[in-house]
Design a protein around this ligand. Structure first.
Ligand SMILES: [Zn+2]
Length: 84
């Protein structure tokens, strides 16, 4: 399922963490690192003020929303499916 990597959320801002890495602030209130760390993470836009501004409103997949169970079927619903 497409949602296994996270739930798409819009970027509403950016800040740096204690280590100086850029963190995108998502509309759900969670943050997500946007490190430029090639070849694994290729995000040259995160390095510049202009690049970051261009990403405002873009969507990132929020893993924390997924882990915290938002948009997930309730446990009761799953049980009903298994019984039928
Ligand atoms: Zn989130």
């Amino acid at each position: 399922m497409a949602r296994r990597h996270g739930i798409p959320r819009r970027i509403v801002g950016f800040h740096r963490d204690e280590a100086g890495d850029w963190v995108a602030e998502l509309e759900c209130g969670h943050g997500q690192h946007v490190r430029h760390d090639p070849p694994w993470r290729n995000r040259p836009w995160a390095e510049t003020e202009e690049g970051r501004r261009g990403k405002l409103g873009a969507r990132l997949r929020c893993r924390r929303c997924l882990e915290e169970g938002e948009d997930r079927p309730a446990a009761g619903a799953l049980r009903r499916v298994n019984r039928s």
